[in-house]
Design a protein around this ligand. Structure first.
Ligand code: SF4
Length: 690
């Protein structure tokens, strides 16, 4: 500790706002963190999670919680045995190669994470599709962002959020749907508060079944019934049509498919929409007028429509009709021409720090590199040529939940899990645990040694974590930032991409002997250079960007060769990414929730983030300071429901769903509507019985 203090610029590892941080360190210890005033995502601000990042690197906590050396056990009931890296890598590669030889490539599944760096993602994706020959690689981003991706592609033609953070200050109406930004994306919500202070006429509309902290700040809270988002959007479009608030010239010049949707929403009268959503008819009228950007007199103001920016997240995405939820909201933007100009457009918020980077490299079961289409033979041939392999497989791989179901059914025999905790975080955890127990080989790369998934693994490879990794991430506004290591990883922990490449090169000896390695990369920059080349000519082209430029400043994609800077807003010319340049309206029927309330199960359960915890709490759960805000799990109910059930605050209750039961305290909450319940998403076995 006699060494002089150092400062390293990097990013926060939690949500998709992608805040820049300055990491203070001495020797191999991180001693502090503060917001980076030069980073355009946060201009120096950090939320409670970002401010405490360094505390999780305290040496005592590292010793108590981190995975520090490779571990193995033949049987999951046996204690872990420490193993040196080289024999561990040899044995894992041999195990995977044996399963590959006996049962084929599709008997192996890789389940990775939106917290991986883009370069790590690139290596894993190439390993699965280029070396093993399977598309069975998917990510926990499947749970949070796949609906947003599909919604963008169906309507605008590409997986590309068209707006940027600056638009928050420029919008006349901010439309927040299915997001408690105040807690889940706190630094971005500070921008909302700034904008409202600077421009008191700006409207904030929040669509959420709960009266969250975000909803409490709104001018208008549409407290919808869970699962009624499509019905709400259709009802708003009906009103816009009836009142003449749509933009027929924009629709005629730049879109297709409006007529079918027009027919669809004929039935979505205010009365019917109010019945389906639970929102008062008068509020529907106000909401439609504000979204359309017309004045109180129903006319387009002289200077043009007031601009509407929608910000949305898991409340839309995590649904049986998540794609339709996204598309029906984008329909409203298209109907009113609210897109492609400062302060207007649809803007999905990413839950994780690099959900977008994973999609950029195609690290999912249904994607190929640089937004290429797995179903397109020409795209597959391009990727195979760039990688130097004979072919990439055409059959889509198993998406996250399907992958674990296939393992539970015996079709997948090896699971390689990286930087995520599916035994806690995937839906239907009983099925996930059955899958893990049935697999012949479960390899887990993790920074923390006691996660729920670790209990079911044969191999635990210690992973580098925040402050110890080198590469890039892409945040919600398509901005690529450098992530830099401030200190070396503790113990024998290694970067995930390095462990993957080490296993891959051993696999090559069995799967493509005598041929040049597919993994020659010496460092993160050389991996990124390969990724950059795959983007040439694609919608996310970054061939004009280089590592030196990224060292100086974070940049948005696209940034094609010859460009002076990245494009922060898309579709300013109203030419969309479809073959004919016209956006598509999506005509989706509203569907009821998959499991509606009934006499046996009279409550709808929703979930969401707490302000100071992150996902499965493997990192934030080690910090006592972050428990001050919500020290224990609870089920929140409307006060009337609590008294109707003859419960008092703090009573311990058993909560049953069709798939399982939990025991936890009950709490009255004015945020809840009657017949609805809320349990925060974070709590696992360590905190909950059941
Ligand atoms: Fe980290 Fe998100 Fe908080 Fe920024 S807003 S400090 S990225 S958790």
């Amino acid at each position: 500790m006699n060494e002089p203090p150092r400062e390293t610029r990097s990013t926060c590892c939690y949500c998709g706002v992608g805040c820049g941080v300055i990491v203070e360190s001495r020797g191999d210890r991180i001693t502090g963190v503060r917001g980076d005033p030069a980073h355009p995502a946060n201009f120096g601000r950090l939320c409670s999670k970002g401010q405490t990042l360094h505390l999780s690197t305290d040496p005592a906590l590292v010793q108590a919680a981190r995975a520090l050396q490779p571990m193995h056990r033949r049987d999951r009931r046996d204690p872990w045995q420490p193993v040196a890296w080289e024999p561990a890598l040899d044995a894992i590669a041999a195990g995977l190669a044996d399963i590959h030889a006996a049962h084929g490539a599709d008997a192996i599944g890789l389940y990775v994470s939106g917290q991986l760096l883009t370069e790590d993602y690139y290596v894993f994706n190439k390993l699965a599709k280029g070396l093993l020959g399977t598309n069975n690689i998917d990510t926990n981003s499947r749970l949070c962002m796949s609906s947003a991706v599909a919604g963008y592609k169906q309507t605008l033609g590409a997986d590309a959020p068209p707006a940027c953070y600056e638009d928050i200050a420029l919008a006349d109406t901010l439309w927040v749907s299915g997001s408690n930004m105040a807690w889940a994306h706190p630094v971005l919500f500070r921008r909302v508060e700034d904008a409202r202070r600077a421009r008191p006429a700006q409207k904030l509309v929040v669509v959420d079944p709960r009266r969250t902290e975000t909803a409490a700040a709104a001018d208008l809270h549409l407290q919808i019934q869970p699962g009624s988002d499509v019905a709400l959007c259709h009802g708003l479009l009906h009103l816009m049509l009836w009142e003449g608030w749509i933009d027929p010239a924009f629709i005629a010049a730049h879109t297709r498919g409006f007529e079918a949707l027009r027919q669809r929403v004929r039935e979505a009268t205010p009365r019917e929409t109010s019945r389906r959503t639970g929102v008062a008819e008068a509020d529907l009228v106000t909401a439609a007028r504000w979204f359309a950007g017309v004045g109180d007199d129903g006319r387009v103001p002289e200077g043009g429509r007031r601009r509407t920016l929608s910000l949305y997240c898991q409340g839309l995405n995590q649904s049986r009709q998540g794609t339709a939820n996204n598309a029906s909201l984008i329909n409203l933007h298209l109907a009113c021409g609210q897109i492609g100009q400062p302060g207007a457009g649809p803007f999905s918020l990413t839950g994780q720090p690099n959900a977008m980077g994973g999609r950029e490299v195609g690290g999912m079961a249904t994607l190929l590199s640089a937004h290429r289409d797995l179903a397109d033979p020409a795209h597959r041939a391009e990727v195979a040529a760039m990688w130097g392999v004979d072919a990439v497989p055409a059959t889509p791989g198993k998406a996250a939940v399907e992958m674990f179901q296939a393992a539970a059914d015996g079709a997948i025999r090896a699971l390689w899990i990286v930087c995520t905790n599916p035994a806690q975080s995937l839906p239907d955890s009983a099925m996930v645990r059955r899958a893990l127990e049935r697999c012949e080989l479960v390899v887990l790369q993790e920074a923390y040694r006691d996660t729920a998934t670790a209990q079911h693994a044969h191999w635990l490879l210690p992973a580098a974590s925040w402050g110890e990794k080198d590469g890039t991430v892409t945040n919600s506004e398509r901005r690529i930032s450098r992530v830099r290591a401030a200190v070396p990883p503790p113990g024998q922990a290694r970067a995930d991409g390095r462990s993957a490449a080490d296993i891959a090169r051993r696999l090559e000896a069995r799967l493509r002997p005598g041929r040049p390695t597919l993994f020659p990369h010496a460092d993160a920059e050389s991996v990124w250079n390969d990724h950059r080349e795959t983007t040439r000519g694609r919608d996310l082209d970054i061939t004009g960007l280089d590592w030196a430029r990224l060292e100086r400043s974070p940049e948005c994609w696209p940034f094609p060769s010859g460009a002076a800077q990245g494009r922060v807003r898309l579709y300013a010319d109203h030419r969309f990414a479809t073959p004919d340049g016209r956006a598509r309206f999506v005509d989706a029927a509203p569907r009821p929730p998959a499991e509606p309330r009934d006499a046996q199960r009279p409550f709808s359960l929703t979930t969401g983030r707490l302000r100071d915890q992150w996902h499965g709490m493997s990192r934030t759960g080690t910090l006592p300071r972050l428990f001050g805000h919500a020290p224990e799990p609870a089920i929140e109910l409307h006060p009337q429901d609590l008294s109707r059930l003859r419960l008092t605050e703090g009573d311990v209750v058993r909560v049953r769903s069709r798939r399982g039961a939990l025991v936890l305290p009950a709490r009255a909450s004015a945020a809840m509507a009657p017949t609805q319940a809320f349990i925060a998403m974070h709590w696992g076995d360590e905190f909950l019985a059941g």
